[in-house]
Design a protein around this ligand. Structure first.
Ligand code: ADP
Ligand code: MG
Length: 599
């Protein structure tokens, strides 16, 4: 081959690390616009078709999934599906699955094995490896990165996993997966804890270190740790949970394992403890099932939940499209991303790893997931219209990782010995095919309904308390009113009773009085009658009295008259006496006067 001189390097752009092409030894403008996705190719006659960017006899543009949308980073907002571009969205490229190969150092057995020579020759500067078929022929394969046996854990992490981790911190889903024959260093690469020597730490620990450094206390980082064996999902953090079902969101297509234990990570020490617990449970489970960890897939799921606003503040010069509700208030958005770190079961044929004890059917079942994964990757690489994702649990869990919206890196691990040539060759072919799989990386952003919900719940709580209070008040008022009403009713009844009794009494009284009045009237009439009689009598009597009086008066007057007459007569008599006297006196006087005169 040797036609292509591109190297993959990383460059940080707008918060995203990209794998970029260094053409002819010169670093190109490593922005999204200049980034070219290289296609896997081999110079041998392997089953992988030869494709590259540079054209040439074997080179041709990669045609797998040509109809895929041509933006490598999209932001999807659920439930109202909304696409918003990350920086440099004008880049028409989608993200190809990145594949690196790591050669394990020779172990003691291989060092002692003089019968078998090495079948691998690495050309790391050319990102190539040569697989020797025999003394005179070899095949050359190009990968995104080729790591020699001396490559450090740190370098492996930074090249293979760090871009995925950063992408996950930016809100995209990501997957880092190790594939290879048992004993080639998958667990070493991914799951090494490095308790004694931190430089030995594998991808899981380093990824968590970066995630914890890249998130704030307001973000949430949670993990689940699962094992998939014989199509049964077991929880490595809660071993009693077995046969955990996979759930697919009908709307978004998101796959989740809600039955699994989810642990919120407090710090790296806490995470290391969990990994240890998981490893111990994996060992115990495999001992119990009389199998080896090489037959099971270990899947570490890291769930990250971040406020999009917070993240956007960091992204400078980015067109922001802040969602608002129908009242025009800003609705916060969150980014929920998931990092899958997958330590696959050994890719060797079953008969080579001591699985003779298994019945054929059982043996088929053990590798069903791995076989399905291979089929899916083949189908995706060949742009087949049907991808058999639903054939196994592993492919369902990895739906987003291959042909989905995740950023995916695959590290294939191989041993140097030609004793395992067949396995090494099949591992390489798997890696080559995986390199053809194109994903459409999307930011998993959605309206922060949870916090909105929490806010609304608090409001509802307040309102409920207020309603309860008001209801209590009403209740009290009602009771009070009821009491009053009862009292009123009682007093009304009492008054009514009294009224009735009184009216009865009055009626009786009335009747009595009426009777009495009647009697009185009768008596009055009789009195009147009597009066009249009496009056008549009186009149009669008065008349008779008056008559009597008159008679008496008459009598008295008559008597008086008699008396007066008597008096008169007396007077007359006296008068006559007196007259006689007077006459005698006058005669006497005349005689005296005469006598005086004679004298
Ligand atoms: P696998 O998980 O693929 O079955 P392991 O990770 O268990 O393989 O590795 C098998 C053995 O090889 C382990 O003892 C491990 O420490 C060792 N090993 C694997 N890769 C390396 C490496 N790059 N450097 C040093 N030792 C390694
Ligand atoms: Mg292992």
């Amino acid at each position: 081959m040797g036609m292509e001189k591109g190297n993959f390097v990383f460059k940080k752009l707008a918060g995203l690390t990209r794998w970029c092409v260094k053409k002819d030894g010169v670093f190109g403008q490593c922005g999204r616009a200049s980034y070219k996705s290289e296609r896997p190719h081999s110079s041998g006659n392997g089953s992988v078709s030869l494709r590259n960017n540079g054209g040439g006899a074997q080179g041709q543009q990669h045609s797998a999934r040509p109809k895929a949308p041509m933006s490598s980073s999209r932001r999807s907002v659920t439930p109202i599906s909304r696409t918003r571009s990350l920086p440099l969205e004008d880049d028409p490229e989608s993200e190809r699955v990145r594949v690196a190969v790591r050669l394990r150092p020779k172990n003691a057995e291989e060092l002692a094995d003089s019968d078998y020579s090495d079948c691998i020759e690495l050309q790391p500067e050319l990102k190539r490896l040569k697989l020797r078929k025999n003394n005179w022929s070899s095949e050359s394969y190009r990968f995104d990165e080729v790591f020699t046996e001396s490559a450090s854990q740190r370098r492996i992490y930074e090249v293979v996993a760090k871009p995925v981790v950063e992408s996950v911190l930016d809100g995209c889903n990501g997957t880092v997966m190790a594939y290879g024959q048992t004993g080639t260093g998958k667990t070493y690469t991914l799951g090494r804890l490095g308790k004694e020597d931190e430089s030995e730490r594998g991808i899981m620990v380093r990824a968590m270190e970066d995630i914890l450094a890249g998130t704030s206390t307001s973000d949430s980082v949670e993990v689940s740790y699962l094992q998939l064996y014989m199509e049964s999902i077991q929880d490595l953090l809660a071993p009693e949970k077995i046969n955990i079902p996979i759930v697919e969101d009908a709307k978004t297509g998101e796959v989740s394992v809600p039955g699994a234990e989810i642990v919120k990570i407090r710090n790296l020490g806490h995470f290391l403890q969990l990994l240890q617990v998981g490893e111990a449970n994996r060992h115990a489970a495999n001992t119990k099932m009389n199998t080896e960890s090489s037959r099971s897939h270990a899947i570490l799921m890291v769930h990250i939940r971040r406020s999009a606003q917070e993240k956007e503040d960091i992204d400078v010069g980015q067109q922001k499209e802040i969602p608002t509700d129908r009242h025009g208030h800003h609705v916060a958005t969150i980014r929920k991303s998931k990092l899958l770190l997958v330590d696959l079961a050994g890719s060797e044929r079953l008969d080579k790893s001591g699985s003779e004890g298994h019945l054929l059917e059982e043996a088929k079942f053990i590798n069903l997931s791995l076989t399905s994964l291979g089929k899916c990757i083949n189908a995706l690489a060949e742009n087949s219209p049907h991808i058999p994702t639903r054939d196994s649990k592993l492919t369902r869990l990895l739906r987003d990782s291959f042909g989905g919206s995740a950023r995916t890196s695959l590290i294939i691990t191989i041993g140097p010995s030609s004793r395992h040539h067949t396995e090494t060759a099949s591992t390489i072919v798997f890696g080559q095919r995986a390199m053809k799989v194109v994903n459409m990386v999307k930011v998993k952003e959605e309206f922060d309904y949870e916090s909105l919900c929490r806010k609304l719940e608090t409001q509802v709580d307040h309102l409920t308390v207020e309603i309860d209070r008001q209801q209590k008040l009403r209740e009290n008022e009602k009771t009070e009113m009821k009491k009053l009403l009862e009292g009123f009713e009682n007093s009304t009844a009492e008054a009514e009773k009294r009224f009735v009794a009184r009216s009865e009494l009055l009626e009786k009284e009335n009747a009595k009085l009426t009777l009495h009045v009647k009697e009185l009237l009768q008596e009055l009439d009789s009195q009147k009658e009597q009066n009249k009689l009496l009056l008549d009598e009186i009149t009669r009597l008065v008349t008779s009295v008056r008559n009597n009086k008159l008679m008496e008066e008459n009598t008295r007057l008559a008597m008086e008259l008699n008396n007066v007459m008597e008096d008169l007569r007396c007077q007359k008599d006296q008068n006559s006496i007196m007259h006689d006297e007077i006459e005698r006196l006058e005669i006497n006087l005349k005689h005296s006067k005469y006598a005086a005169l004679i004298c």
